[in-house]
Structure formats: C-alpha cells, structure tokens
Write a protein that binds this ligand. Structure first.
Ligand code: PHE
Length: 455
C-alpha cells in the first residue's frame, strides 16, 4: 500500500468537495438530466432518479472515496491491492475504459456548449422556435465543425492536466460554481413565471405512475444518476485517493450529492417551463438538442438576453471542463501508475485515442448516415455511447464496486476507514445494508430487466 507523499493532497476538505463537485457538476446536470427527463416520462423519471441517487449512489459515493483513501492508488491498483491475486482489478479496468469512452462523446456536447457561448452572446441564434431548431440542426449537421470543437475540448483538457491541476480545479470551481447556481436560480425564476409555464411544471412535478411500467425509465434514471455523480468508474475513487485521513468522508459525500442533485433539479425548473411555454414545441421528443433549442428561446425574450446567454454557456463550458479533466485523469493516472509512463506520454496517448473515438459521435448528427443512424440499431452513434457507457458500464462498475466493498473488502473494514479519526458517519448499519444488499440487488435487477426487454 503506497502512501507516497508526492501524490499530493487536496488543500483541505473543502478542496476535495470543490474538486469532486467540479467533476460531478457538468453537462450531466444541465444537458443530460433534462434530456433524460424529457425522453423518460417527466416526473415519474424524476422520482426514480431521486431514489437511485439516495438509495444506490450516495452509499457507493462514500464507499468509493473510502476505497481511494485507504489505498492511495488509482482504481486498478486499489482493487488489486485489497484483493491480491483475484480478478477484481478488472472493475478498475472497466472504469479506465469508461473514462475514455464517456469523454469521447462528452467532448462533442461540450464543444457545442463552447460554440453556443459565441452564438448566444452575439445574437447569432435567435428568432422563432423553428429557426432556433433549424440553426441547431444545421450547426450539428456540420460534422467537421463538431469534430473540430470536440478536439478543441479534448486538447484543452489535456493541456490543463499537463499543467498539474489540483489547486487549479479547486480555485476555478470555487469561483464559478456559486455564479452558475445564482444564474440558474435567476433563470428558473424567470422560466416559471412565463405564460404557459404551468404545463411544463406539471410534466416535471406530477408523476404519471403508469410510466413506471416501462423498464427503460429505470435504466436511464440509474445510468443518469451514476453519470451525474461521476460514479461507477473510479473517478471519485481517484479523487478520494488524495483525500486527507483527518477529514470526514460522509459529510463530504453528502455535500457533493446534495449540490449535484440540486443543480440538476434546478436545470429542470428552467427547461420544462420554457419548453412547454413555446407553442408547437414538444420538449419530450427533442433528444440531445433539447437545451440548445429551448434556452436560446428563453434568452431571445430576456432583457440582456445575449449577456445572460453568453454567461450561461460560458459557465456551462467551464463546468464541463472540470468534468472532462476528471474523466481524462482516470485513464491517465492508470497509465502512469500501472505502465510506468510519464505523465506527458500518458496524457498524449489517451487524448489521442479519445479523439479518434470522438469523431463518430461528432459526425453522427446528420453529417454521416451510418453514424447518424447506426445500422441495425436505429439510433445515432452518440446515443449509442450514452447507452453503452452511462446506462451499462457505470451501473455495472457501481454494482461490482458495491459487491467488492460488501463482500471482499468487508463492511467492517470499510466502516473503519469511513469513521477514521472519529469522523461523523450517520447510520452505519443502514449504510452497510444498502451497500451489501440494496445496491447490488437493485442494480442487478434493473440491468437484467433491461437486457430481457431487449431480447
Ligand atoms: N458527472 C459529470 C457530469 O455530470 C460527468 C462525469 C461522469 C465526470 C463520470 C466524471 C466521471 O457532467
């Protein structure tokens, strides 16, 4: 077990919370959550999502931080150290792949967000809802532009990682997160007071329980919960490996969960009231373009809309960057720890591979037919990536992590780490029950039901 001081530490507990929140808060909250609520049946999805967050993800979050801090290693090393000789390191390996896989499509959406800073600030995207929709279609249909933007995002992420990031992420998150929250609150207030907002609020808040008969609501809510909290792929584990033993894990985990979930819920309070207030627009069938078609409409009618729009997409781009950094960090630190590569070589190699895989997602929005509708599947390559990584790889990783903590490492030892130095840890028996039984069983049931529904 290595505790090399050169690994470095977060400056304080707040430093860790800021960095982990920087990883968690991103496109998942503001792009992913409303998109999934729209596709997944509104409030019924929200209910399942919240259940996944609190019953499944929050306990796993504490567990991942504890694993990282105990071993002070990146995911593969953590699993291998605590279960020598076994195959558990493969769970870490899956996380390494997931980090690269998620980044490949995430960078495409982040690239769109970057472009929309310019489009909204300059007033290039405005007009009727139809015009705004057409603008988005034409913009994303140009595969070269989308690909160039995605490569820009991956390049920027690589550059930041090479520059030694830890205190940088802390500082950026500390400055920008409060601004993002304030702006979201202001926009939500505006959104819910728009004429016609009521239908959106009803869709978002009053659940149609008949939707729960559809297993895909559970699959996408579970996947979205893991994705939004950066869980199930060793990212929070890696950040936990820099966490001081003097600080409490439970309180930090709860802060991150609360902040991340509040920001996602806030985004819904903007998108649905605005979306439903637009005559003739159906927010439930617009897919990955939802926020890019709804928000410019909001900014178009808002006094100072260009300023608010530019600021919004700028903050979103920065929030996305603090997430892409954490996504790239997992495969990079693996290559450094396990293969002995220099950091520069690891960053270059991983960023190169991710860039190649980003291309089909960038070209799959109208530019190239086989990626726009993958033969035999009928969905675009980008959606395929969301399904494969978010809805499959992350929950599988989370399920195996829970089994590992409950059965291999053991709840007793995990609790010892969680309560080290007398740290506050509420309801240990409940946590032990959730991590050993509810997390693995619930995830397995959802995954099995999903696979069965596909046959
Ligand atoms: N949680 C991030 C978001 O919501 C995405 C992410 C997933 C980051 C997994 C790291 C690991 O945007």
């Amino acid at each position: 077990m290595s505790t090399t001081p050169s690994r470095g530490m977060w400056s304080s507990r707040t430093g860790f919370i800021l960095a982990a929140a920087g990883s968690a808060v991103g496109l998942g909250n503001i792009w992913g959550f409303p998109t999934q609520v729209g596709q997944g049946g509104g409030a019924a999805f929200v209910v399942v999502y919240l259940a996944c967050i609190f019953l499944i993800c929050a306990p796993i979050m504490a567990g991942e931080i504890a694993l990282g801090r105990r071993t002070r290693l990146s995911p593969v090393g953590s699993f291998a150290t605590l279960a020598p000789g076994g195959r558990w390191w493969l769970v870490g390996g899956l996380g390494v792949l997931a980090g690269a896989g998620i980044l490949s499509f995430y960078s495409v959406i982040a690239g769109w967000a970057v472009a929309y800073v310019w489009f909204t600030a300059t007033g290039a995207v405005t007009g009727t809802p139809d015009e705004i929709g057409r603008f988005f279609g034409e913009f994303t249909g140009n595969g070269l532009v989308s690909a160039a933007l995605a490569l820009f995002v991956i390049g920027t992420t690589a550059a930041v990682l090479l520059g030694g990031v830890r205190t940088g992420i802390e500082r950026v998150t500390k400055a920008l997160m409060p601004l993002l929250v304030l702006l979201l609150i202001a926009l939500a207030v505006r959104a819910v007071t728009l004429p016609g907002a009521g239908a959106g609020l009803a869709y978002y808040l009053s659940p149609d329980l008949s939707r729960l008969a559809d297993v895909t609501v559970f699959t996408s809510a579970l996947g979205q919960a893991f994705f939004s909290l950066s869980l199930g792929m060793g990212c929070i584990l890696t950040y936990g490996s820099y966490f001081s033993r003097r600080d409490g894990i439970a309180a930090s985990a709860l802060w991150i969960v609360a902040l991340d979930t509040s920001i996602a819920l806030l985004a819904g309070f903007i998108i649905f009231p605005v979306g439903f207030s637009i005559a003739g627009f159906d927010p439930t069938s617009s897919g990955p373009g939802l926020i890019f078609t709804v928000l410019p409409r909001l900014f178009a009618d808002l006094p100072g809309g260009q300023l608010f729009g530019g600021a919004f997409f700028l903050l979103l781009s920065v929030a996305a960057l603090t997430s892409t950094i954490s996504l790239l960090e997992v495969p990079v630190s693996h290559c450094v720890d396990a293969l002995g590569w220099s950091r520069a070589k690891a960053v270059g190699a991983v960023a190169g591979v991710v860039s190649v895989f980003a291309i089909p997602s960038a070209l799959g929005n109208g530019a190239v037919a086989v990626f726009t509708s993958v033969p035999g599947l009928g969905i675009g390559f980008l959606d395929l990536m969301v399904n494969a990584w978010n809805e499959f790889a992350l929950p599988v990783g989370g399920c195996l992590t829970a089994i590992f903590i409950g059965r291999i490492w053991g709840v007793e030892r995990a609790l010892e780490e969680l309560r080290a130095e007398g740290a506050w840890f509420p309801a240990p028996a409940l946590w032990a029950f959730l991590i050993s039984w509810i997390c693995p069983a619930a995830i397995a049931c959802i995954l099995i039901a999903t696979l069965a529904s596909m046959l």
